[in-house]
Write a new protein. Sequence first.
Length: 316
Amino acid sequence: MESRFETIRNSIYRRYEEDYLRQILTEFCMQQLNTSDFNIENRNISKILNHFFDDLIYRAKSKNGRYSPDEIINNDELLKSALDYIDQHRGFYQQKSDAANLRDFFFSSSMVGKVTNFNPVIARKIYERYAPFDGATIFDYSCGFGSRMLGALASNYKYNYIGVEPYDELYQRLLVFGNWLNSVLSNESTTTIYNFGSEIFIPDLIGDVDLSFSSPPYFNYEIYTECETQSYIRYPKYEEWLEKYVLETIKNIYRYTKEGGLHLVNLEDTKRIKLIQDWIEIALKAGFSLEQIEEISTRKRTTNKNQNKLLVFKKK
């Protein structure tokens, strides 16, 4: 008989049957979204991302907490401490399984610094609002855990999705995920992913991009891996990171973007850095004009009380 710990470790990463995943994706593709707001009109779609990326997400850690979810899961003492807390607060933790309650604990406890994934419903709404036409080339300059790829490929429009991801293991997982999406959807959208950071210039993209959009790293606020390709490891001081990662990324995006094309970025400030204003200043110097700032209500990456900001720039 499995111990309580073994049961949790065998079920904490969410996995679903292939037919169920295909059904969720098909229903999401058929759904007409209201692009005038950023309400989340489909909760099931995130199950697809959970299925493909849970283990990698749980390895990552934000500065909100002392441990990553994986560190809790794989350490008997830490796991016991978490379960003891859950057992003492059953009025709050009311899921049917220990694994489900533990996932809730990861989001609510200051002990855990769980990173968040951008919502694919919001990603699709952004694409369909700002690039409402077939054949648009979308550039995701920080692919992450597949949410923007999912939003693009599941759209009613046929997009050419291009992304960059420096984390080798995540890059390989994104290839698997992209192949699965294309096999299910069988539409005319295309997918290309490069295995390096956005500060690296891609000559083939010059003048080719209609819309760039991502939710890039907030310097060293979230640690996905100790891989040396990560921007906060390559450029460990904030000013250096701004100069060699953010500036080079925005300069590249400006060269990729068509005349009249858009550059969008989802950002929050943290307690230590004012990334929103820094990004605006660098983008303006690169030649973009700031067209709009919108607020997005989504699960936050920081402890900052302000909402996420969607900055909308244009190349004129």
